[in-house]
Write a protein that binds this ligand. Sequence first.
Ligand SMILES: Nc1ncnc2c1ncn2[C@@H]1O[C@H](COP(=O)(O)OP(=O)(O)OP(=O)(O)O)[C@@H](O)[C@H]1O
Ligand SMILES: [Mg+2]
Length: 296
Amino acid sequence: MKMVILSRSAQVDSTRRLVDAARARNHQVKVVNPSELQMHLDGKTASLFLGGKPLPLPDVVIPRIATSLSSYGLAVVEQFQMRGVLALNDAQSMGQSRNPMRCLQRLSASGVDIPQTVMARAAGDLKQMLERVGGVPVIVKVQKGPDRHSAMVCETRQSLEAALEAVVGLGQDLIIQQYVHEVTSDMRIFVVGQRAIAAVHRSHTSGKRKRSAKEKLLTAAELAPAQRQAAEAAAKVMGLELCTVDMLVQGGVPKIFEVNAVPALGDMETATRVNIAGAIVERAEALYLKQKTRAP
Ligand SMILES: Nc1ncnc2c1ncn2[C@@H]1O[C@H](COP(=O)(O)OP(=O)(O)OP(=O)(O)O)[C@@H](O)[C@H]1O
Ligand SMILES: [Mg+2]
């Protein structure tokens, strides 16, 4: 199988893992920086150029598109797909999962349990918004770029007001989420081909209240059936062949709050000793075989 990994550099840890896994299974693999590709459309064909020359088309493309290049990068993925190249993940699903509002909508519409969430464009009636998510504390998801966001805990109404003023002032969407209490576990689950293949608990090294996602300690986790089912359902709903699903477990009930279509491999592989890169390559093989046997 000929594979292209779309990544800004072959030195990136996850990219290197995928390259190694592909080579270990005797595939030809090339790392291509999506920002160095040029696309051409003429109403009939879609072509890709690298350094002025047509790029030989691979059988499979694995996009590792950075959030900073989302718009162009996903168009590149689409261009490959227009030529019949199999993409893990496909551009449309990736785009949808990168929009936190649309991601939560899709999950919710399909019966996947998520924390209560209010989305708005204007600050409006704070009291009402707060009531809808069960009062303070709340989590405000702040946009950091077109496809990046970070979470901030607001413990009081005053701090929420200040946060919202800032968010609205920047012309950003408001996402206010119920703070999930009594969380027994903050988990990240790696799903490949709609199967949960690795899971970790995420905890703070210092044990202080969760405020930021940084510096989390990952330890291998066993999945309860409900957790496995929720993670696999989320990946399926989002149409993602590979992703991580983040969930908070409250009284045994998993609540999903984030899905990442371009997840890092290294830390989870180290924590779980699961060959995630190998599983991704195997999934690509299976899908490619299916596509080939279906083709006329
Ligand atoms: N609704 C919630 N209730 C309670 N805690 C939450 C909630 N949403 C998120 N958190 C906690 O805050 C952390 C960061 O939230 P989130 O993942 O949305 O932000 P992020 O910037 O994308 O972080 P990361 O880099 O880990 O992906 C989560 O790992 C979780 O522990
Ligand atoms: Mg997160």
